[in-house]
Write a protein that binds this ligand. Structure first.
Ligand SMILES: Nc1nc2c(ncn2[C@@H]2O[C@H](COP(=O)(O)OP(=O)(O)O)[C@@H](O)[C@H]2O)c(=O)[nH]1
Ligand SMILES: [Mg+2]
Length: 455
């Protein structure tokens, strides 16, 4: 997500780092590069123009702070302006005073409507609602079945329709009645899509809108289609009036052009992003966090939120101290592995982390359960003294540990080597940029010892 843009912008900031102060000349050079980076990320040209103007105005204005370096100043300004373009604050879903709140899910074929409807039902259930799903996509034979399967897999309630109900309007009406009778407070209506916007589809959607009076008309767009997604969002808004956007497949979109353009071009907020095919791969969109992610500061807030459910905050602080002081033992390492296992994939964890230098490589590291299990087993077989000081683990100790953990001496060697490399890496990082950043950021454990896996 945003990887390419993030990389390019960081290069611009790095170049600025050598400058003593912000001048018209070096600022113009930086602006040119930022402009290029945005255009290459497929950001709408009007948005780029606006952003650059805003950044220039601020940078050249009176707001320049003497306490910050030129590079820090530009990062701060770009961050602020990017948040503005993305929508300033999180746009929450609206609900009707009179339940059920009807959400119409609309968009082109293949954009991710059905998948997102299922994910949204799950998200709503977990946030205190009682949603009901219904598919009114009566054209493709498998469409309604698909939603049924998704609903079943994620434990969501669906209105399947009575035998006679064959038309979208009939189905929607019946589902609404069923929602009222069974006390469901949100009705999610998954609609049909077409390959292109056509009049028949629009007429049908308008009729559904008229009849159901939805509080939300959520346009689902595929982020990978870039400016095409933005264009069709604009078109749907013009003809139907959308209230928000769900941008799917952000996990596969390294550029981020659609995400950065949609709000500014359509005037409607990005409410959720789809970040994978699994039922839980849907996140509310936070402009500030997205901007931080683009600028490579890492999505620290999301990380802490996610980690917070699983981790003991005190332990996190302690772990962070250890990381910085390079006082990180094999015992701590084992704890880390267990946390990584609890949190799920290391990839999604690292996606939220600051992208600094070599850490980027870690994203491609696959964590497999077996590997973690092996690491934990090996460390379990060590004595407390060995865990505290890996230097004492000589040949005979290695053989004993291998036997005790059901692994080979080679695997034990490999683990120790990876551990040593990571310690070294931590040392160099903790002295530099990351160390200072981390000092302020309360870094939870689980980071960044993926290096020691899967190499
Ligand atoms: N990687 C990824 N795939 C997605 C996401 N959302 C949807 N998909 C996939 O996109 C394809 C089309 O989705 P579907 O919901 O059937 O689209 P619809 O025609 O608009 O209903 C399916 O294969 C989904 O699994 C997402 O956020 N990430
Ligand atoms: Mg569908």
């Amino acid at each position: 997500m945003f990887d390419n843009l993030s990389e390019k912008l960081q290069r611009v900031f790095k170049n600025l780092r050598g400058e003593g102060k912000l001048t018209a000349a070096n600022m113009e050079a930086a602006l040119r590069e930022i402009r290029m980076a945005l255009l290459e990320a497929d950001v709408n040209f009007k948005v780029v123009k606006q952003l650059i103007e805003n950044i220039r105005e601020k940078a050249m204005g009176e707001e320049v702070l003497t306490a910050l370096s030129p590079s820090e100043q530009v990062v701060k300004i770009v961050h602020e302006e990017m948040i503005k373009i993305l929508g300033s604050h999180e746009s929450r879903l609206r609900f009707a005073n009179d339940p059920p709140s009807v959400f119409l899910i609309v968009g082109l074929q293949g954009s991710g409507k059905t998948t997102s409807a299922g994910k949204l039902a799950r998200w709503l259930s977990r946030n205190g609602h009682r949603p009901m799903l219904v598919s009114v996509d009566v054209y493709r034979p498998a469409a309604r079945e698909q939603l049924k399967v998704i609903a079943r897999e994620s434990g969501q309630t669906i209105y399947e329709g009575a035998p006679g109900e064959k038309q979208p309007l009939e189905l929607a009406r019946a589902a609404r009645m069923e929602s009222v009778q069974t006390g469901r407070d949100v009705l999610l209506v998954d609609t049909a899509g077409r390959l292109h916007i056509d009049d028949d589809l629009m007429t049908e959607l308008q009729q559904l809108k008229e009849q159901l009076n939805p509080v939300e008309i959520l346009f689902v767009a595929d982020a990978m289609t870039g400016q095409d997604a933005v264009k069709s969002a604009g078109e749907f808004h013009r003809r139907l009036g959308i209230t928000g956007v769900i941008l799917t497949k952000m996990d596969g979109d390294a550029r981020g052009g659609a995400a950065l353009s949609i709000r500014h071009v359509t005037g409607q907020p990005l409410k959720f992003v789809g970040v994978g095919e699994k039922p839980d791969a849907l996140e509310p969109f936070h402009p500030d966090r997205a901007a931080s992610r683009i600028l490579g500061m890492g999505d620290i807030l999301s990380l802490i939120e996610k980690a917070g459910q699983e981790l003991d905050q005190k332990k996190a602080v302690e772990m962070q101290r250890k990381l910085i002081e390079n006082d990180f033992t094999l015992e701590d390492f084992r704890d880390q592995m267990r946390q990584v296992r609890k949190l799920g994939s290391l990839g999604s964890l690292l996606d939220m982390m600051p992208k600094v230098g070599m850490l980027k490589d870690l994203k491609n590291v696959k964590v497999d359960e077996g590997e973690i299990g092996r690491v934990v087993a090996i460390i379990d077989s060590m004595t407390p003294r060995e865990r505290d000081n890996h230097m004492i683990i000589n040949g005979s100790r290695r053989r004993r540990i291998a036997r005790g953990s059901g692994t080979t001496v080679q695997e034990v060697n490999q683990l120790l080597k990876q551990y040593a490399t990571a310690r070294k890496m931590m040392k160099s990082l903790s002295g530099g940029f990351l160390g200072r950043k981390m000092g302020k950021m309360k870094m939870p454990p689980g980071f960044p010892f993926g290096d020691m896996l899967g190499r």
